[in-house]
Structure formats: C-alpha cells, structure tokens
Design a protein around this ligand. Sequence first.
Ligand SMILES: Cc1cc2nc3c(=O)[nH]c(=O)nc-3n(C[C@H](O)[C@H](O)[C@H](O)COP(=O)(O)OP(=O)(O)OC[C@H]3O[C@@H](n4cnc5c(N)ncnc54)[C@H](O)[C@@H]3O)c2cc1C
Length: 478
Amino acid sequence: MTGSARPAATASVLERIGAIVGPQGLITDHRDLEPYLADWRGFYHGAALAVARPASSDQVAAVVRICAETSTAIVPQGGNTGMSGAATPPATGGGIVLQLGRMNRILELDALNNTITVEAGCILANIQQAARSAGRLFPLSLGAEGSCLIGGNLATNAGGINVLRYGNARDLTLGLRVVLPDGRVWDGLRGLRKDNTGYDLKQIFIGSEGTLGIITAAVLKLFPVPRTTVTALAAVPAPAAAVDLLSLLRDECGDRISAFEIISRRCVELVLKHIPGTREPLARAHPWYVLAELAEASEGGSLQREFERAMERAGERGLVLDAAIAASGAQREALWRIRETIPEASRVEGLLYRHDVSIPVSRIPDFIVEAGVALEHAHPGARVICFGHLGDGNLHYNVTAPAGLPAAAFVEREMSAVNRIVHDGVARLGGSISAEHGVGQLRREEIRRYKSAAELDLMRAVKRALDPLGIMNPGKVL
Ligand SMILES: Cc1cc2nc3c(=O)[nH]c(=O)nc-3n(C[C@H](O)[C@H](O)[C@H](O)COP(=O)(O)OP(=O)(O)OC[C@H]3O[C@@H](n4cnc5c(N)ncnc54)[C@H](O)[C@@H]3O)c2cc1C
C-alpha cells in the first residue's frame, strides 16, 4: 500500500481491508489502479480509493461488511470487458473496486449431473476448456471469452453466439453464491434443474450488473460436445432473405442451428482494413452475409448433407447468392474471425455510437430499413455498422460519422438525436434498447423513456430491499 496523505477514516478502511485480503490483494498506487478505472473502450474514466482483490468468498464477505459499516461504495469488476461502463467507478471516487480475478478455481465438475461449479473469477475460456476436458460443452461463447470472467458474464446476463440453441447466461445457470450488500452470504450453490421452493432468487442477481450483490460462485449447465459441426458464410441479398434463410434452415435442420449471425458489407470492409491476416471471404463483395453454424452430438451423421441440400433450396429461392462452407478447423476459425473481430475493427476505425438492441426476429428487416431511412434523412451520409445475433433477434446497430468527418465530434453532437431514431424505432417494433450489454451508465437515463413507471418502481423496490445503503455499484442501472 502506498501511504499518500489520506483522511484518517479512509486510511483505516483501507488498512482493515488490507488486513483481510493481504498485500497482494490490495492495490492503492495510482499507476497500478489505472487499468481498473476505465472501460476497455476508453469511454468512461473513474476514480477509486483502492482495488481489493479477495481470494475467497469469505474474504469478499468480510470486505463488504467493512464497506457496509463505513458506507463505502463498492464497484464489482470482472474482466472489465463490459460495453456499458458498468464496471467503471464514478469519477467522484471515494469507493473501492472489488475485482474477482483471484477467485479462479473450478470447484467441481459433475459429468453425470452435467454441471460445473466455478468461482466467479474464472475466465470464461478456462471454463469452456475444463468442460471440454471432461467431454462436455459449456456453450456460453463471446468475443471477449479470453478475458471476461464468469461473474461478469452472469452479472450482465451475457449472450454471445450460441444463445439461439442454448440460451443466455441466465439459462445456463442452476445455482449461485452471492455476498449480499450487508456482508451476509446467500448460498444458493445448487445443481438442481427442478427447485420450486419459493422465489427463484438467483434470477434477481443475474443481469443485475453488480447493483444487488457480489456473485462469488456459480453452478453452470453442461451439454454434450458436438462431434459434427458445419460452419458456412453465405451472401444474402437483404436482411429479409437472411430471416427467410433462418426459417428454411430451421425447417430442414431443426434445432441443430447453434449460431446464425448477420454481417453487413461495411463490417467486412472494416475487418479487412484493420485486422491483420483476414481475407475477402467470397469471390466478390455482397451487401449482407450470414454466418451460420450447425452442430450435432453424433459423428458421421447426415448434418452436412442436409445443410447442403437446404442451402441449394435457399439458392433456388434467391435467398443465397454465394456461400463458403468451412472444410477444416482453420477455415472455420477464419470465418468466425471475421465476425468476432468486428468490435475491435470498429474500435480502431474510430469513435462510433453503439446500440445493442433486440427485436422480434420477424421484424428485423423492417427495423433495418426504417432506421436506415430515418438516419439518412436526419444525418445524411452517417455510416451504419450493423451486425449481430440475428437468430436471437439481437442487432449491434452502430452509427458513425459520414466518411471524412471527425467521428468524435459527430458522436458528441448527434448522439441524442441518433439514439432517439434508433431506440424509438426499436420500441415501435416491440423491442428492447439493451439486448445483452446491460444498462450500466450508458443507458441509465435512456431506460426511463422506455420502461413503464410500474416497472421502474419494482426495480427500485428490489434495489432498496437488498441494498438500503446504496453502496453496491451506485449510479449504475437505476
Ligand atoms: C470483443 C468483445 C466482444 C463482446 N461480445 C459480447 C457478446 O457477444 N455478448 C455479450 O453479451 N457481451 C459481449 N461483450 C461484452 C462483455 O464481454 C460482456 O458483457 C461480459 O459478460 C462482461 O464480463 P466481464 O467479466 O468483463 O465483466 P465486467 O465488465 O468487469 O463487469 C460487467 C458488470 O458486471 C458486474 N460484475 C462483474 N463481476 C461481478 C460479480 N462477480 N458479481 C456481481 N457483479 C459483477 C460489474 O460491476 C459490471 O456491472 C463483448 C466484449 C468485447 C470486448
């Protein structure tokens, strides 16, 4: 701990926390604090007295008890890959960041019960790997899986590329252990698929973005590892054709579709421009692409043949213009790399305004057309970077400055007006303004426009009941 001049009360809080987490569990030097004080896109920058990195649930509980006694705010943090500034402390400082990265043990893998029990600080990719070593699949998968932590995934109810078949983080969770805002521990670490003994409390904490308690461990569902996987990138003439293709594939291949992503041409161009080693995926450019993946547990089955037949039929109906089916693991990776590096390529390109929206799948083509027309009318030349998990009705609909204009100035000046067009369009079609990225600080004001007074009152009542002192991640969500 560095001993810069601090009020005695603060010094005493930090000393008490330090005594619990040990010297390697407390960061106070301002240079070492830096990575924990900003979000990965650099949109938000905050301040904190210290970062506490406890090594066990008991340590988390003891730290939280001190914070509750002293009304010290706590910002839980996982891998800090969130998209809504929810893990960044407020600029006013005065609180601590509680980072769970040291709690990274796989506690149990029960292959017969198809469950894995993990501490909240496990990196998502490590959980996938542990499951695979036991011949099981943990299907939560997203671009940040090498650095996001499962506690963060649960606190944001992360989605990713396999929601279509396996559901989001909420659907993959059977039990949780949570440290409550007063420092008590709720042990709901149960591996049960049926448990109707009252309210399903874990659901309150999943997706609560650290505002109701600290998730310290979880029991997660496992599935059979698919032995046959078919991955294809198909060019489609328009989003409506992509929706029809999804419907056709569902008719022909059933629920073996595990991912169905839409990618606009502009996204592919950004990836080719900024991500080394990427190549034009098809012989010529097309306005829209679909990246589809199908998987089944058995080996040597008929999946590939059925898929190819379905794609032929789609071609005959004009739904598919061209397609590449991955013939090897390397080709599959190359196709996925195009999809997964879009956020990074967009970041390198420059500031843009991000929307993470969900709409009933059938209405997505209407949304893309209507929002595109309205934006072009209000902001001629504004560029839309549109991609996402079409199979779940989830679009990342990002808007940036017309070519040649400074992106930062455009975003700052036009942000509210662009939001209005996009989010009102989403609301008109019965959608949600945050599909998988949460509310954080980014959408905190915005949700008040789209949620009813009754819904907001219920959310505030839950917050007051669990966190009457308001110390858990203040300024986020509500
Ligand atoms: C390249 C890239 C691709 C991405 N793709 C997707 C995607 O496809 N789908 C998707 O859903 N997201 C995606 N994300 C966003 C992000 O990865 C997810 O939101 C992820 O779940 C956040 O996990 P994290 O550990 O980084 O959490 P953080 O960013 O550290 O925290 C997120 C929120 O959770 C809270 N929190 C963290 N840990 C805990 C805990 N143990 N207990 C209570 N609260 C906690 C924080 O306070 C904060 O509110 C992507 C991000 C990147 C950078």
